[in-house]
Design a protein around this ligand. Structure first.
Ligand code: ADP
Ligand code: MG
Ligand code: MG
Length: 892
């Protein structure tokens, strides 16, 4: 029979998969001699058996659990259910990847009408004993019996009012006994049975409930968000209780070994005196900062400092630690790698290298590229003079503007309509998570920096302000007040700054982001490691400058159509399209040429000798003409009012042309190089504009490395013809200017046929750039807009497709074409340069794929360049690590 239950001294931190993160770390801390209340862990495998067996635990495993319980009794010298010296335990969930607050925990288990008396006598503190018992009934009813906590809170409130108390500490032992009686009635009414008195029954029911909580709604949402697979299951930890609610020499708290928001190396935490477990995170009372513990309990504080330093050193990373003080004695209840913002992740990684705790390679692996876009968000303009309404705790950085909403469901609804909202709540619970996902930012009036809202917001990289007690929130009237004067209603705009905790009325000017020094440093380390080039997609000088600033080594895609959309140009472009004769068309193109030339000069200058890949015109011409339906309406109106005006004639001609250019399927229609084939004069104009631009820029002493790219090639003959056309244009311009040009001509590979015949196409190409947006469309046979608008979401939800292939490269299908394209292309031309310029070039798993496929570079939007540099470094490091283990295994 295999082993399914492990005592805390039988495990270690390497056993996360089996024991869950919490269990493995409890075992590790026990192993290194920290004061951890003893207990045992039921492995994650049991969670899977539980579901396989139709939600029951196999008998053999039940025996193992009872056996472990027995050992726990021996170790603690207490007995489960014993009326004199009862063992009380917590039943705690704990998955492989931490899911804070998403699953359930029951505390004080083992209490009943008898053991409570024993506890009262033993501790000589009846008030504490009855308080613990009522907490247990409340928690057990919520988690196991699924009775809404509201009934208990309401009843407690009634009793408090009757007695004329304003807070719980005023309650006496007798009062709590009265509460317990009422609580039991509530249980009987809603569960239709008595509150279970048998501790073993309580225990097994709770273990079941923890397994059930693996699949509760919020846990499922959280897993989807964090991409945690559902088959992993949760472990269950059974641990003997320690009590932070035994009086003023007791308490409970949470601490991070460094600031999880900024990364600053400074202990950062909160605690509550005379409180139990969840009280701190629940945000019911706003806790005290850890620094005051130094005054309140100096010895405990000193011991805690020693412990946290030991834990951080041991795990070589920032830790998030739960602790409880029972009558002046410190206990550690949990440690884990602390969740942190991107800003903090970078600072901590860089500083750990400086402190010689980790290597540069480890530091690079510590930062998740997906997190980085948080840092590239806009922030409030420094020069703006702020007039904050109120100030709370800066729980998660970032600035955001949106309408105030007071309810998670409403936040979700409004966000679906495209509105930007800010969720404002007294506090948040795990049930509000969908609202936080939908909102730009979250504000709470209660709770500290380790409250639920704060932890979740930091995990999502969204701005959050907590404990803003100045806000008097009224959920009924949907408004909040600041003092007695300012009233903010649902729907009003506010701006929040999560880095300072400030809340301001209305919209506020924002500025573009910059990279911090630590971020720059980390990226230079990434550049030392990576072997994959990173370029940017940029269509204008501003974007080109941004790209360089963020470390791009060139432009991988400059789309020329965007230059035509300019308001001053569109009439000339339309003139060109509408031209009836060759002469008319030439005249229009002559006007466009100097404008195009100017565009290219700007980009070449901005790029200072770095390569620039310019793609010739790609979209179908009708995109530059007005919409057919709108035109039709206009023409009809004109016809009715005045049947003979010039305007009418003009519009009619336009309509004729629009009809003529109409395509049944524009995505697969007359676009890309097919335009150049039928209207060569357009491509000739563009090519000449490029060469004139080179001549001018070179005269200023600036190097230029142009790469001219032909879109949508499916047959080698297309490329051959377009190549000749470009070369001819080059010779003509050379003859005029007397200059020689260095340039290359390549093609996009974005149609399956191009990938399949890449060996032929390579004969005419100096480089390939995989246009994975179109390649995904053409490989799947989806048009992106139709797919995303109509069926893709349902495909992903029902798991027909694992992901949106337009966001994450489909490696099995589209990827196979990329690999084939590279391989065949290099058969013909061994040194053929290859890159990718679809949106996938800025997505980490796709970047890893590009590296594995042997591509030379990825190209993505300027804002994703830092992400791509880091992801490219991680790809290299991971591959080298894999190689090393493979070599090692081969030696054995
Ligand atoms: P979560 O994963 O949601 O943080 P935990 O299992 O860590 O849930 O428990 C919730 C709270 O109860 C925490 O504050 C924890 O420290 C406290 N707690 C858990 N077990 C015990 C125990 N044996 N004695 C005292 N407090 C406990
Ligand atoms: Mg915890
Ligand atoms: Mg394309």
């Amino acid at each position: 029979m295999s082993k399914f239950v492990y005592m805390f001294d039988e495990g270690n931190s390497e056993m996360k998969e089996l024991l869950g993160g919490k269990g493995a770390n409890l075992a590790e801390m026990t192993r290194i001699g920290l004061p951890v209340p003893y207990g045992f862990t039921i492995s994650t495998e049991v969670c899977n058996s539980y579901y396989d067996m139709g939600k029951s635990i196999p008998t053999e495993i039940e025996f193992q659990i009872l056996d472990a319980l027995h050992r726990l009794e021996e170790k603690t010298g207490k007995k489960f259910g014993d009326p004199v010296n009862p063992l009380l335990v917590s039943v705690r969930s704990g998955a492989v990847f931490s899911m804070p607050g998403m699953m359930d925990t029951v505390l004080n288990l083992g209490m009943n009408d008898e053991t409570v008396k024993g506890m009262a006598k033993l501790t000589n503190n009846p008030r504490f004993a009855y308080d613990s018992y009522r907490r247990f009934i409340q928690m057990f009813s919520d988690v196991v019996l699924e009775i809404d906590g509201f009934y208990f809170e309401q009843f407690l409130e009634e009793i408090r009012e009757q007695k004329g108390y304003s807070s719980d500490p005023e309650m006496t032992a007798d009062d709590w006994q009265e509460v317990i009686k009422g609580y039991k009635d509530i249980v009987k009414k809603h569960a239709r049975k008595d509150f279970p008195q048998n501790p073993k029954e309580q225990l097994f029911l709770s273990v079941h409930a923890v397994f059930d909580s693996w699949n509760n709604q919020r846990a499922i949402v959280y897993r989807r968000l964090q991409r945690i697979p559902g088959h992993l299951g949760t472990a269950v930890n059974i641990q003997s209780m320690v009590f932070g609610n035994m009086g003023n020499d007791s308490g409970t708290g949470v601490a991070f070994t460094r600031n999880p928001s900024s990364g600053e190396r400074k202990l950062y935490g909160e605690y509550l005196i005379n409180a139990q477990g969840e009280d701190v995170v629940a945000g019911i009372r706003t806790p005290k900062p850890i620094s005051t513990l130094q005054d309140e309990m100096p010895e405990v504080y000193e011991q805690f400092v020693e412990t946290y330093q030991l834990l951080e050193g041991h795990y070589r990373d920032m830790q998030d630690i739960e602790f409880t003080v029972e009558r002046g004695k410190l206990f550690i209840l949990q440690t884990r790698a602390g969740k942190r913002t991107a800003q903090a992740a970078i600072r901590i990684a860089v500083e750990l290298v400086e402190e010689q705790v980790i290597s540069k390679k480890e530091a690079l692996l510590r930062v998740d590229p997906d997190q980085l876009n948080q840092l590239l968000h806009r922030r409030i303009d420094d020069s703006y003079e702020r007039k904050p309404l109120a100030k709370g705790l800066p729980a998660s950085p970032g600035a955001a503007t949106g309408q105030v909403v007071f309810d998670a469901d409403e936040a979700e609804l409004l966000a679906k309509e495209g509105k930007q909202v800010i969720l404002v709540r007294p506090e948040t619970t795990p049930d509000d998570i969908h609202g936080m996902v939908a909102a730009q930012a979250t504000v709470t009036s209660r709770g500290g920096m380790t409250s639920h809202a704060a932890v979740v917001a930091r995990g999502m990289g969204k701005a959050c302000i907590c404990g803003c007690e100045l806000l008097k929130i009224d959920l009924k009237t949907k408004q909040f007040k600041v003092g007695d004067v300012v009233v903010v209603n649902q729907g009003d705009m506010i701006t929040v700054d999560g880095s300072t905790g400030e809340i301001m009325l209305g919209e506020i000017p924002m500025i573009e982001p910059q990279l911090s020094d630590e971020f720059q440093l980390l990226l230079t380390w990434a550049d030392e490691e990576r072997e994959l080039g990173v370029r940017a997609n940029a269509d204008n000088p501003e974007d080109a400058k941004k790209a360089l600033e963020f470390g791009a080594a060139g432009i991988g895609l400059c789309r020329t159509e965007h230059m035509f959309m300019d308001a001053t140009r569109i009439p000339i472009v339309q003139e060109m399209i509408l031209a009836e004769t060759y002469g008319e068309r030439e005249a229009a193109l002559k006007k466009l040429l100097p404008m195009q030339q100017g565009d290219f000069e700007g980009i070449f200058e901005a790029m200072w000798g770095n390569p620039v890949t310019i793609r010739l015109l790609d979209p179908p011409l009708h995109e530059f003409l007005p919409d057919k339906e709108e035109l039709l309406v206009e023409v009809t109106k004109l016809q009715m009012s005045d049947s003979d005006s010039d305007e009418l004639k003009e519009k009619e001609q336009l309509l004729r042309k629009v009809r003529q250019l109409h395509e049944f399927n524009p995505m697969l229609g007359h676009r890309g190089c097919r335009l150049g084939m039928i209207h060569p004069e357009i491509y000739v104009m563009q090519a000449k504009a490029i060469f004139y631009a080179i001549a001018n820029v070179k005269e200023k002493g600036i190097e230029v490395k142009p790469e001219i790219m032909i879109p949508l090639v499916g047959h080698v003959n297309e490329l051959k013809e377009m190549r000749e056309l470009v070369m001819k244009a080059s010779l003509q311009v050379a003859a005029e200017t007397g200059q020689q040009y260095d340039y290359s001509i390549g093609t996009m590979i974005e149609i399956p046929r191009a990938a399949l015949t890449a060996d032929q196409i390579a004969r005419e190409a100096d480089f390939f750039s995989f246009g994975t947006n179109d390649l995904t469309q053409t490989t799947f046979g989806y048009s992106r807009d139709d797919a995303e608008g109509k069926f893709l979401q349902s495909y992903i939800e029902s798991k027909v497709l694992p992901e949106n292939p337009f966001a994450i490269l489909d490696q099995e299908g589209v990827g196979k074409l990329v690999e084939m394209g590279v391989k065949l292309g290099r058969q013909t031309k061994p040194g053929l340069k290859t890159g990718i310029c679809g949106e996938h070039g800025g997505e980490k798993s796709s970047i890893q794929f590009c590296y594995d496929a042997g591509l030379d570079y990825v190209s993505c939007s300027p804002y994703r360049v830092p992400l791509a540099r880091l992801a490219a470094a991680q790809a290299t490091i991971k591959n080298k690590q894999e190689q090393e283990t493979n070599e090692l295994q081969a030696q054995i």
